[in-house]
Design a protein around this ligand. Structure first.
Ligand code: HEC
Length: 481
């Protein structure tokens, strides 16, 4: 329902005047836009106020690339299936399309979604809350593909390879998934919401692993290899791991003290709520909730910092591992005035409850603390935002600030990624120094000694722990293919 239809439907209700006033206070119709955090590799999230549909439109779906992809030509693309199989396969898109179809409607979320909300700050893309979406993925079951190849006994892991090739010594993004999970739920998807899978989302085909984080959903899929052991490498043994038991915030753990990230943690988010509500009047709150469990049992909202909770209404639309849209009409108490902080929390179908604060972990995964929405309770009308005043719409990438290390940063860092990745960090000297060591290992040329000291001082001065100047670039949604 769009804004006008909503207002018309509400016209029949006695509360109409109040409701439409509060609806209007939400401002003009939202522009289809992205919050871009990195130019290359592309990393862009969806503003939460646009995540109101059960199926997230393809052109608004968040993008997370590790680096500039090599996009296969769908006409010549092949999927190789090898390893512990009795007959290795080489399948074209047409071959896949001739096999029995399978679909799953489910959430895709980046494991690092919400990283910017962890304290103390963590290096990496500083995602807000919008690296998530819900789509209908169609293709063929992994089970059907592997049945054709004939899996030999003793196979426990499916190694997955995409076509993206990293620069210099950057480790390749190779992954593996437990074969039990992919045989049960996995899909080799070539359609997204009824359209050919867009290249930005891994087309011609990607892996879909319902309920598991995006790092398992290999894009630009080129090869599946059945193996007895998990894949090795940086993105298995170091990256994408989560503490077996929580450590102290800010203290890193060894890889063997962690497990690979797999299932999503239960969480809910507000998507729409009015900026203002009058005392005694009702505000419509909306949001979504999902988990690594197949369904959400409950979403609640608190107006008193978690002492008491009200149940939201769950939208009837649902599929296993999809999100649940929810809504709640919240009435501001008579006599209340000032800023109120509403909090949302979800409980999943296995009884897991969203925590007040997420567990800090060194890679910044699973930020699933209670989500806040701030509303001004006042009878005085707030000024209505004008159309077209979205900050930064179409803005150019700001330059790096002037300083002794600027040239070095441009020379050493921009061969592999744009400067936004520097501008969004909040790292101290020690963390910057560790980051340079990591980048050196990956092939960055940074002179040792004075140059290096100057660069670290420059980065820590401008992009240190108190850096709050970074704003994502607001970009228009990419046109539909
Ligand atoms: C040889 C290629 C390469 C060069 C040169 C390079 N980087 Fe990176 N950097 C990467 C890759 C790849 C990533 C991971 C990007 C991702 O995960 O989206 C990355 C990520 C980062 C991150 C995010 C935190 C993290 O650990 O993932 C920071 C901070 C960073 N780089 C800083 C720098 C700085 C500062 C320089 C210049 C001194 C630099 N990089 C030069 C390849 C490079």
């Amino acid at each position: 329902m769009n804004r006008r239809h909503f207002a018309l439907a509400m016209g029949a209700l006695p509360l109409s005047a109040l409701l439409s006033r509060f609806w209007q206070s939400q401002g003009p119709a939202p522009v289809r836009r992205f919050l871009q955090l990195n130019a290359f590799a592309t990393n862009a999230e969806t503003p939460l106020d646009l995540l109101t549909d059960y199926l997230t439109p393809n052109d608004l779906f968040f993008i997370r690339h590790h680096w500039r992809p090599e996009i296969p030509d769908p006409r010549t693309w092949r999927l190789l299936v090898d390893g512990q199989v009795s007959s290795p396969l080489s399948l074209s898109l047409a071959d896949l399309r001739r096999m029995p179809r399978a679909s799953a409607t489910c959430v895709l979320q980046c494991a690092g979604n919400g990283r910017s909300l962890h304290a103390p700050p963590i290096p990496g893309i500083q995602w807000g809350m919008g690296a998530v979406g819900n789509a209908r993925w169609t293709g063929v079951r992994v089970r059907d593909v592997l049945d054709r190849a004939g899996v030999r006994p003793g196979s426990a892991h499916l190694h997955t390879f995409g076509t993206d090739r990293p620069p210099a010594q950057v480790p390749p993004f190779h992954r593996s998934v437990e074969i039990e999970k992919v045989l049960q739920d996995g899909i080799v998807a070539f359609e997204m919401n009824g359209q050919p899978l867009p290249a930005a989302h891994g087309g011609p085909a990607r892996l879909v692993v319902p309920g598991w984080t995006g790092n398992h959903w290999m894009k630009w899929l080129a090869r599946l290899s059945v193996q007895p052991e998990p894949q090795k490498g940086f993105y298995m043994d170091v990256g994408y791991r989560y503490p077996k038991s929580p450590g102290a915030p800010g203290v890193a753990l060894r890889p063997d003290e962690m497990n690979p990230v797999t299932e999503h943690f239960v969480k809910s988010n507000f998507t729409r709520y009015p900026a203002q509500v009058a005392p005694g009047a009702t505000a419509l709150l909306r949001g979504f909730a999902f988990s690594g469990a197949p369904d959400i049992a409950r979403v609640e909202v608190s107006a008193d910092d978690g002492d008491t909770w009200s149940d939201a209404t769950l939208d009837p639309r649902h599929d296993p591992y999809a999100w649940r849209l929810w809504s709640l009409r919240w009435t501001a108490p008579e006599g209340m005035s000032g800023r109120v902080r509403l909090l949302a929390r979800a409980t999943d179908s296995r009884g897991a409850v969203q925590p007040r604060t997420p567990v800090w972990n060194q890679s910044g995964y699973f930020a699933n603390g209670w989500h806040p929405a701030e509303i001004e309770v006042t009878a005085a009308p707030l000024p209505r935002p004008e159309t077209g005043t979205l900050p930064g719409l179409g803005e150019q990438v700001p330059e790096l600030p002037d300083g002794a290390g600027k040239t070095q940063a441009l020379v050493s860092c921009t061969p592999c990624h744009s400067t936004e990745i520097l501008r969004q960090q909040r790292l101290n000297e020690r963390q910057w120094s560790a980051s340079l060591t990591k980048m050196r290992g990956w092939g960055a040329t940074i002179p040792e000694g004075e140059e290096s000291t100057r660069l670290i001082a420059y980065l820590a001065e401008h992009f240190g722990p108190s850096n709050d100047r970074f704003r994502p670039i607001v970009t228009r949604a990419v046109p539909r293919p």
